[in-house]
Write a protein that binds this ligand. Structure first.
Ligand code: ATP
Length: 354
């Protein structure tokens, strides 16, 4: 039995998560996967209503699930984003979800803004998710004066670097990927870069059949635009991962299509579409649910249900090929029409599966 908590959150999160649920339940029924789904009312509405973001008890009960499927967080009525900090970032840091996995897969050349792109493009990014520039170390001195100084420390622990690099190699080996590339800026940031390169070489020794290289992040930005098809698994720090995964997502179809996973292998897994709450289109039934639906594929895959996961991905590919999409992809479907179509496709094409 897989226990899954759904947290739709804010804005279009509340529209795309029900569609992801529909597809999850269709896949579970088709493939005989036992799931228990519970929906949680956490987000800006609850915070505004009760003045509470998430209680300790809720945090404990939420994290006791096998997996979490989140929608999006962020609401103009909560400019301080207290609930985002406590719920989303709270889970990421307190559950030590050190792997941010962002697969960017181009399903059709016309989805890419690149003119001469060749399919397949399959960029699988392993972003370190708990260290780097995001730990809040540093400070501001002489604030508000012309002599103000701001320092943001870039924290890289050997253990932290090693575990994300190992996760990338483990994935590449398990999935038969031929190449793992480290993305860094070791020519300018010699201390951190030196550590990443040494650990990459050491861990890489255990995977001699996988081609290994290190590329500076600036060169990677150019290469991703010039010839993204030459890369497979990328592993990098929190900051560089944040940037290049947005670039890679945009090159492979944009925000509406991109899923992500935040994982502590063997302990916790949280899935969320890459897009935010998009208040500009919220409540209009226009949000593309595919990013959230692809989270379902990642979730199923994570728990060893590869066939069901592939079926969800195939349904997504079919929806795109047949134009059964929301208007951001040029289609005329609403959010729930896309969800219903995908769920139906999963049930239909998986009929007879066990
Ligand atoms: P955040 O900072 O919370 O990640 P953001 O402001 O960077 O959010 P999003 O909320 O993700 O960005 O969205 C940016 C724009 O992209 C939205 O205003 C919306 O128009 C479009 N967009 C995002 N997600 C979707 C989606 N699923 N379907 C259609 N359009 C989307």
């Amino acid at each position: 039995m897989l226990r899954i908590a759904l947290v739709p959150g804010d804005g279009i999160g509340t529209e795309v998560v029900p569609e992801a649920r529909r597809v999850l339940e269709a896949a579970a029924a088709t493939y005989g996967i036992e799931v228990e789904v519970e929906e949680w009312d956490l987000g800006a509405e609850r915070y505004l209503r009760e003045g509470v973001t998430i209680t300790e008890d809720e945090f404990t009960r939420l994290s006791a699930n096998d997996a979490l499927l989140m929608g999006a967080f962020g609401d103009p009525r909560v400019p301080g984003e207290e609930h985002v900090r406590d719920i989303l970032l709270g889970l990421r840091f307190r559950l030590d979800l050190y792997v941010n996995f962002r697969p960017c897969v181009l399903l059709a050349p016309e989805l890419s803004p690149l003119k001469r792109v060749k399919v397949p493009v399959r960029l699988e990014i392993f972003r370190e998710n708990t260290e780097g520039m995001y730990v809040g170390m540093g400070g501001v001195f002489r604030k508000g004066t012309p002599q103000e100084v701001a320092i943001e420390e870039d924290l890289n622990s050997r253990a932290g670097v090693e575990r994300i690099i190992r996760a990338a190699f483990e994935f590449a080996e398990a999935r038969g990927r031929g190449r793992v590339t480290l993305v860094d800026k070791a020519n300018a940031m010699r201390n951190a870069g030196g550590l990443w390169r040494r650990v990459f070489a050491e861990v890489g020794e255990g995977y001699p059949e996988i081609e290994q290289s290190a590329v500076y992040v600036d060169a990677m930005a150019m290469d991703l635009v010039r010839r993204p098809e030459q890369y497979e698994v990328l592993v990098t720090s929190n900051l560089f991962g944040d940037i290049i995964s947005d670039l890679a997502a945009e090159l492979t179809g944009g925000l509406g299509l991109a899923p992500s996973a935040n994982i502590h292998p063997g302990r916790h897994a949280m899935f969320e579409p890459v897009h935010g709450s998009a208040p500009d289109i919220a409540g209009q039934g226009r949000a593309n649910p595919i990013g959230a639906v692809r989270c379902v594929a990642l979730l199923l895959d994570h728990f060893g249900h590869q066939e069901a996961a592939e079926r969800v991905e195939q349904a997504v590919a079919a929806a795109i090929a047949e134009g059964k999409t929301t208007r951001d992809l040029g289609g005329g479907f609403s959010t729930s029409e896309v969800g219903a179509w995908l769920a139906e496709h999963v049930s239909r094409s998986g009929a007879g599966a066990t």
